[in-house]
Each structure stands twice: as C-alpha cells, then as structure tokens.
Design a protein. Structure first.
Length: 726
C-alpha cells in the first residue's frame, strides 16, 4: 500500500532535500516513491525514511517537485533551474552567479550541499517574485573549480584536518593517517581532495606536497602560488627542451627578415628588469618625417606550436610577478637571454614600423619579422633625466668620454623627439575619450633575506608614458590591420562601465566635492579624467583611484571585438609582450600567417584559448595582490608600537578598513572593538554611526590607528582605532 504524504510546510530537521532534488533532477523523466529514494540513499532505518517522507512533503509544498500519481514524484522542470557558478562569501554563505539570471541569488549555508567556491553547479532559484531577493539551492555539482587546497595540517593521532586560511574555503579537509605523506603537525601543505562521502561533514583528502612552516617567507610565497594552482618551477623535460634550442643568429634566417641592425635602437625598462620584450628604433627620413620601429622579441620563432615548450607556455599563459620574484612564462634561457632584447646583441624581432610626421600623424606603416641590434639600454629614471633636462644632463650611469659623447647625442635627440611625439599621441587619445589610470603602485625595499626595510611608490612619468604610447600604437595598429580584414584575431577588449557602478562611485566621491557628468559617453570620460587628476596628491587619492578602477568593466581577451573603452580604441590587441603573455605569442603567429596569405583561423578554437588566458591572468593578478598583502603585513609587524595616520577606505557592517597614508598598508578596525560607543552600519552614508554620541566614522575620514595584530598566514592586518584625526 502506498504511504500517503501529508502536507509539511516547515523545513524538516535532517536535510535530504539537496540529495532528493539532485536525484530527481538527474532522472527528470522518471518518478520515484519514498522507498525507491531510500534505497538509492542506502537508508534502512525508520527514522531516516520518515525524514525522506517529510522532505518530499516539504519540496512538494514549495512546488520544487510534483506528485504525478499518489506517492510518486518527479522534478518540476521549469525555468527555476539554472547552471552557474558559486561565489562564496567569507561567512559560509554564497551567491549563485549565472549569465541566465538577472540578479545573483543568495545561497544560505545549508543550501550549498557540498558546493565550494568557483564550482559550476545546477541550482534551483526561488523568491523570483518582484520585490523579493532571489535565493538558491544547489541541486548538483557539475564541475569542481579545483581539487587542490593549501592549509595548515593539524594532526590528532590517526587522522588530521587541513585548515585553510582562505576565508572562502568554509570546510576543513579530513586526512587519514596513511595520507599524511611527509607532513608534520603544523606544516603548511598542499592537499588534494579525493572524495566527499554523502554522509561525511568534511571532504577527504591526501597530502601531495609539504610547503614548509607557517609564517616563513618562502613557505608563504609558495603557498600563494599553490592556492591558485600556479607553478613554481618548470618540468625537467621542458627545461631540457629549451636548453637544446638553437638560439644562434644565422645568415639564413636573417635573409628571410628585414635587416634593421644599422638603425639606432634602444630599450627603456625598469632598472631591475631582466627580460626586455620591446625596443624602439628611430631615424629621420629624407622627407623630414620620422621612422619609428617598435621591435618585439620574436618568441614565436623559438616557441613552435605543438611542442612541449608551447604547451607549457599556454598552460601558464602569463608570467607572475610576486613581490619578491618572477615566475616566468618561459624558461630563463629564453626569457632572460635568447628572446630578451639585451644591449649590444643581435636579436630576432617582430616589428611594427611607422612613418610619422611632426604632428604624430601616421603616414605609413609596415609589419613583419626583422633582425635588430640594441645600441643602448636605459632605465626609466635615466631616460626621465634626459627628458627633464632636455638632454643637457646625461645620467652618471650612462655618461661617456668626450670622444664618445657625439655618438650618444643621436640617442638623446631621439628620446627627446619621441617624447614630443608620445605627448601628442597621448593628447589625441585623451581627447578621444581615453581614461588616464595612473594608480600609484606600492613597492618594497627588500634586504638580502627578502625582509621589507621600506616602502616606496612607483609613479608613471614622461619616460613611462613614452614607452606606453608607442606600445599602444603598435597594439592598436596591428589589431586594426587584421580587424579590417575581418579575420580571426586575439583582441584585448574592455566593455563600457556598468552605469549602476558609476552611480555608486558618484555617491562616494560627492562627499569629497567631486562629481561625474552622466550627460554622454564623452562627458563621463572627461569627468572621470578630471576626478583622477583632481585627487592627485590628496589623502583620498588611492581610495578614489581604487573605487574608480572597480567601477570599470574588466579587460579580457576575446575573438569578438567590442573595442577598448578605457583606451578609447575601436581596435586593440596585445602584441608587445610575448615573453610574459601568451596572447601576444598567438597574435604574432596569426599576424605572420595572414601576412603569408593564409585564410582566417578557426574562431572557436581561439576563443577557447582567449577564455583560458583571461582566467590565468586573473589568477596571476590575485596571487600578485596576495603577495603584496603578505609583505604589507610583514612590514607592519615591526611597527606595532607606532601610531599612524590613515584614511577610512571601506566601511562594512563588521568594521572599517583603514589605509595608512604613508605606506598604503590597509587593515581593519572591527566594529566590536570600537569602545567609545555602540556603532551600527549606515550603508547610505558609507559610515558607522554611534548610537549614543552620534559620532560618524565615514568613508574618507582621517583616523589615527595602531597595529593590533599582523597575521602572516591569513595576510590580515587588524588595527586599533586611537581617535579621529583633528
């Protein structure tokens, strides 16, 4: 006799709903009664079977399932089921993000059903009615984002748990004793999740690598890379392959290229750079115009498609710049030697050569493979002195004897002329609606043990802008050359900003007396540039710069060209950094094949590669940010007894974020630890408000703080609020 399912509107205690929905969803054409469901779940006790009956009644009342005939149920196939991605918060809840859903749906902790951050899932969305915030329940995990995690192993006899410092990893991994490997209690380890049994609260795993002891510098750098699944070294077979490459410059290969070795050529790079992707050449033509060559390392000559070297470069997709090291995309024999455009060496290059008049207008252009010789290497600081002194003072590092001084004058004249042309190019770009993001970069002085001894800020000056403008010119014109042929290419795209994010930015900056003009696309760009210019040197500069950048869309790689909003270009690609970016290598290959008359490449294949490169770029950026946070915490550990002036850079319901003015280190003052009043969060004012005193701690306010705690493992700074600044 079929058991009658009575109405049960209250959610039962034991949670079978996720498993039931998953079972019915995977078998949407079938019906199940409670006995069949119990059999699938291997449930035999009466109590659990009763829980299944209650869950069926509850799901029926919520119209997630339907009763086809008495006691037989199937999933309600409707528009409430979607595929998407889990975006965890730091409080064991999450949001379901899907391109098929207008608004991200909130997922309570008990509706995650073993889904982890980044997982691709199928979810049921409810509360879709107007005025109600949508919520979701995970029905099925389609694909795990990752199965390797970093944490500290805590042993307890025959088992251990690995506890992650990542706030988005809400569950510890259970490790049986036989899976400890070489780990010792308290080690930072990399573990692989092997299983998550139905009845287990924790996933099972095994230790696959011991990274070291918590808080040790090298351990934490390796932990950052491992957390994002990024490499620390090259496989031996890849290194061996690279070492065996013929890197000599041969007459046979030179004959296939445009020989530009006799043209004045030089590089301008950071002082500590080892890989020189790009060089500039300069000569004055008989007609009075300037021929400027943008010469890029011909990485694709050495990294051939289908080789293990190419496969490794593609998998990495980018070099990673941590605070104390570079994890290169290519082995050192290529990145620092064979491909690097080092001074006084002949190199194979891929070039964009332009003829410009005195107004920086392009008269002619040429693209192709070349061979070049770099006459000089400049650091940015050296080139900057030449620009600032109009060549009247040559930096000591590059001063020469009087006999040689005349040889150097053409380089000085070239830099001054190119600086003038770059300023004209930049001016045209800004007039067209480009946005000038020159955010201050935080850098650290490190001693021989990689201990931070000081903080300094990297600021772009004319020498930086000179290089930037000519690289932008090459990237734009290569992209335009192929784009107008309607052939498949790798574009660097940047969509227009979301207006709602700009309105949020407006509400913040208005408190400082700034504003955005929303009248048109051009007035938005103009007012953003005015904002970024007006905050220069002000206490709120870094906060406003950060918020303005966050209001922008993210740049990405794609075969579908939608233009680049931030640069105000209709066509834009990455062509100028193939030593450190794989999309540039692909751009070189595609350009050469089209110069050779080839048909358009398979768009679908390249779009997949674009997605991969965008994802890897994002992971690398996260790792780089984490390494900076780590070094900031390490630096502040030695300054615990000092008081610092800071600016409130963020306000949340659990506290305020404060950025120290003199070193840009950011930490949190927790709301429960502000003792002079009971504070509550006012989202409209971006402030915490004291209930009794009505004191306001608002975004942008200056405060005095002291370091309370510096956690190297979590990369977190906690501050004590001393007072509001006078």
């Amino acid at each position: 006799m079929t058991k009658k399912i009575r109405k049960f509107n209250k959610k039962p205690g034991k949670d079978f709903s996720g498993k039931i929905l998953k079972l019915l969803s995977q078998n949407s054409s079938k019906t199940f009664n409670y006995k069949q469901i119990a059999a699938v779940f291997e449930v035999t006790d009466t109590k659990s079977r009763n829980e299944i009956i209650k869950e069926l009644a509850y799901l029926l009342s919520k119209q997630k399932i339907e009763e086809v005939e008495r006691g037989k149920f199937r999933i309600v196939e409707n528009s409430s089921y979607f595929e998407g991605v889990i975006d965890m918060t730091s409080r064991k809840t999450a949001y379901f993000v899907s391109s098929d859903v207008e608004e991200d749906a909130f997922i309570p902790a008990n509706n995650l059903n073993k889904a982890l951050h980044g997982d691709k899932v199928k979810a049921y969305i409810y509360n879709k009615r107007k005025g109600k915030k949508p919520e979701a329940e995970v029905i099925e995990i389609i694909e795990r984002k990752k199965d390797e995690f970093v944490g500290v192993i805590q042993m307890s006899g025959t088992f251990a748990f690995v506890v992650s410092a990542n706030p988005k990893m809400y569950v510890d991994l259970f490790i049986p004793k036989e899976k400890f490997g070489e780990a010792e209690n308290g080690d930072v380890v990399l573990v692989k999740m092997t299983d998550w049994p139905e009845k287990a609260n924790n996933p099972y795993g095994k230790v696959i690598k011991v990274l070291g002891k918590p808080g040790e510098h090298n351990t934490e750098m390796h932990a950052i890379l491992a957390e994002y699944g990024l490499p620390t070294e090259f496989p031996i077979d890849v290194e061996t392959y690279a070492q065996k490459l013929d890197t000599s410059i041969t007459s046979e290969e030179i004959a296939k290229r445009r020989d530009m070795r006799d043209v004045l050529t030089f590089t301008i790079d950071p002082r500590d750079a080892k890989d020189f992707d790009d060089a500039l050449s300069f000569q004055i033509l008989e007609n009075g115009n300037y021929e400027i060559g943008i010469h890029i390392a011909d990485v694709s000559h050495y990294v051939q498609e289908g080789t293990i070297l190419d496969e490794e470069a593609y998998n990495r997709a980018t070099s990673i710049y941590l605070v104390d090291r570079v994890v290169p995309m290519l082995p050192e024999v290529l990145s620092n030697f064979a491909c690097s455009l080092r001074p006084n060496e002949e190199k194979y290059t891929f070039s964009a050569v332009f003829q410009l008049n005195k107004n920086a207008e392009i008269v002619d252009s040429w693209f192709g493979r070349t061979v070049t010789y770099s006459d000089k290497r400049f650091a940015y600081e050296e080139a900057q002195v030449i620009i600032e002194t109009k060549g009247n003072k040559i930096p000591a590092e590059i001063s020469l004897t009087n006999e040689e001084q005349t040889v150097e004058k053409p380089i000085v004249d070239a830099i001054l002329t190119m600086d003038d042309l770059a300023k004209k190019l930049r001016s045209k770009r800004m007039a067209a609606g480009a946005i000038s993001f020159d955010k201050v970069e935080v850098k650290f002085h490190l001693d021989e043990n990689d201990e931070p001894t000081g903080v300094y800020f990297k600021v772009s000056k004319d020498a930086n802008h000179l290089i930037e403008e000519f690289m932008l010119l090459a990237n734009r014109k290569v992209s335009e050359f192929i784009g107008k042929q309607k052939k498949t290419f790798i574009y660097r795209i940047h969509d227009e900003p979301d207006e709602s994010k700009l309105f949020n930015l407006q509400s913040v900056i208005s408190k400082f007396g700034y504003g955005i003009n929303f009248k048109s696309k051009s007035t938005i760009s103009q007012s953003l540039n005015k904002l970024l210019s007006d905050v220069q040197g002000k206490k709120e500069q870094n906060m406003v710069d950060t918020l303005a950048i966050r209001s922008m869309s993210k740049a990405a790689y794609s075969t579908e060209n939608i233009g680049h909003y931030g640069l105000a270009f209709d066509y834009y690609s990455h062509f100028t950094s193939p030593i450190r970016r794989y999309p540039d290598v692909m751009a070189h290959r595609l350009l050469q094949s089209y110069l050779d008359g080839a048909k358009s490449a398979d768009e679908e294949v390249y779009e997949e590669k674009c997605v991969h490169c965008s994802q890897m770029e994002n992971l690398a950026a996260n790792a780089e940010r984490d390494s900076i946070k780590y070094m900031q915490v390490k630096f502040m550990q030695d300054h615990k007894d000092e008081e610092f002036l800071g600016v409130i850079s963020g306000v949340t319901e659990w506290g305020i974020y404060v950025e120290i003015v003199e070193n840009k280190c950011e930490g949190m003052v927790r709301i429960r630890e502000i003792k002079d009043d009971y504070y509550t969060f006012d989202p409209d004012q971006f402030a915490l408000v004291g209930e009794v005193t009505k004191n306001i701690l608002q975004l942008g306010d200056e405060v005095v703080v002291k370091v309370k705690n510096a956690d190297l493992v979590k990369k977190q700074l906690d501050f004590t609020l001393i007072k509001k600044a006078e």
